[in-house]
Write a protein that binds this ligand. Structure first.
Ligand code: 7TS
Length: 416
């Protein structure tokens, strides 16, 4: 383990995250391996929120007073930071939402409602998070289109041949696909999936909830029509997320929620809509949270997404190697070189929830359950639940050792 060379000074990074140094279990330190659910926050983000509330809290786009101007400047500044971070062409293509789930529902309720009908197909995958299945199922019940699913190969990757056939055989209007799976870690070949979708006249929506926090993302290089993600998984606050959309598509879409800020003119007989991005940001937005997301982007960019990705690859490879040593363990998903920073596993004879519960006694925080991917668990993995360790920029090889030691203790408790 000590031979592992990390791309940055890990102790310096860890010093930025106060919660990692809190005493949660009296005598054992916290080993936080539930990053796919939500990440921890650095001081710069926590202080950024604090400073906003203490020094320039006001509504945005409304006041002509100094405080409102300061809040608006930071809020719009965050939008510019996000634009640069994912290489969108214009800040107008960055819509602030509450998170990935809301971003997908927005596209379903606006683009979907306007463009999908009987005879059409929305193509999803069996490895999607529920948030990229259920909104399409809900809309399909109303509009009469069909939701179909790209199957997977044995190695945990998407079946690209089946994808091509599904595109050829159906009137596919939209492909909705996760960039990096929150359970298997599979990183899907988005650029290739997008090219094929476009060749067949379909658009593509990419769920980047597990990619934007962990690797460099360039929405133009991927040629994604819509790309969505959440702030809280990328060292930012909860309650803020992003919908990126190509400008011509967003311009043509009707608004979703009506109210303040999203209008150009309101009369008692009808209304007209504001320009992008405000057309999709009705009401007072999550101001502090957007500003906090801006600080999160600054923090990640300051380290460099390439380096963060490199660090996580080292962690994932090491974790998989150590998990392999432990008898009676099944790890799901592709090999480390094709995988994000996730290891979902089961221990023979012990329920996934018991594994997580007992690991917690050793200070090791993992998640157990179906991780909002019931079809993946039921139809592909054929287990009701998995335990999942997921890594981020502040995790260390020593923490993986602690996790593995704790796993041996769990097995001992069950005499396995
Ligand atoms: N898509 C993926 C791939 C996700 O991993 C998640 C959250 C979402 C969408 C939804 O994001 P939200 O911010 O709108 O909730 N995934 C998880 C998880 O794996 N454990 O807890 C939340």
């Amino acid at each position: 383990m000590s031979e592992l060379t990390l791309p940055y000074d890990i102790e310096k990074i860890r010093a930025d995250f106060p919660v990692l140094h809190e005493n949660h279990h009296d005598d054992v330190p916290l080993v936080y391996l539930d990053n796919a659910a939500s990440s921890q926050k650095p001081i710069s983000v926590i202080e950024g929120l604090n400073t906003y509330y203490r020094e320039y809290n006001a509504n945005v786009h409304r006041g002509i007073h100094k405080l409102s101007e300061a809040a608006t400047e930071e809020y719009e500044g965050a939008r510019k930071k996000v634009r640069k971070f994912i290489n969108a062409k214009s800040r107008r293509e960055i819509i602030f939402t509450r998170g990935t789930t809301e971003s997908i529902n927005l596209v379903a309720q606006t683009w979907g409602r306007a463009n999908l009908g009987a005879g059409d197909v929305v193509l999803s995958t069996v490895m999607e998070h529920h948030s990229n299945i259920v909104p399409w199922q809900m809309l399909s019940m109303e509009k009469g289109f069909t939701v179909k699913y790209i199957p997977m190969l044995e190695d945990g990757t998407l079946d690209m041949e089946a994808y091509k056939s599904l595109l050829t055989e159906n009137n596919v209007k939209l492909v909705v696909v996760v960039h990096s799976s929150n359970v298997l870690g599979t990183v899907n070949p988005i650029a290739e999936i997008a090219t094929l979708a476009h060749e067949h006249g379909a658009l593509i929506l990419v769920d980047g909830a597990q990619s934007v926090p962990h690797m460099p993302v360039d929405v133009q290089a991927l040629d994604a029509d819509f790309f969505v993600f959440s702030g809280h998984k990328m060292v930012g606050p909860t309650g803020i997320g992003v919908l990126y959309g190509k400008r011509n598509l967003l311009n043509a879409m009707p608004p979703w929620m009506g109210g303040g800020d999203m209008i150009s003119k309101v009369t008692l007989d009808g209304s007209t809509w504001n320009d992008l991005p405000y057309k999709f940001e009705a009401g007072t937005p999550s101001i502090a949270e957007a500003i906090g997301l801006g600080f999160a982007v600054d923090y990640l960019s300051g380290i460099g997404m390439e380096k963060i990705h490199q660090h996580e690859q080292i962690m994932t490879e090491y974790a998989l190697e150590r998990l392999e040593e432990v008898p009676d363990i099944t790890v799901y998903g592709p090999s480390a070189d094709k995988k994000g920073a996730v290891a979902a596993f089961t221990v023979e004879g012990i329920h996934a929830h018991d594994v997580a519960q007992l690991l917690d006694n050793h200070g090791v925080a993992v998640r157990a359950g179906h991780h909002c991917t019931m079809p993946l668990h039921d139809d592909v993995l054929q287990v009701p639940a998995t335990s999942r360790a997921s890594f981020y920029l502040y995790n260390t090889p020593q923490e993986i050792d602690t996790f593995i030691d704790a796993l041996y203790q769990v097995k001992k408790t069950f005499s396995i």
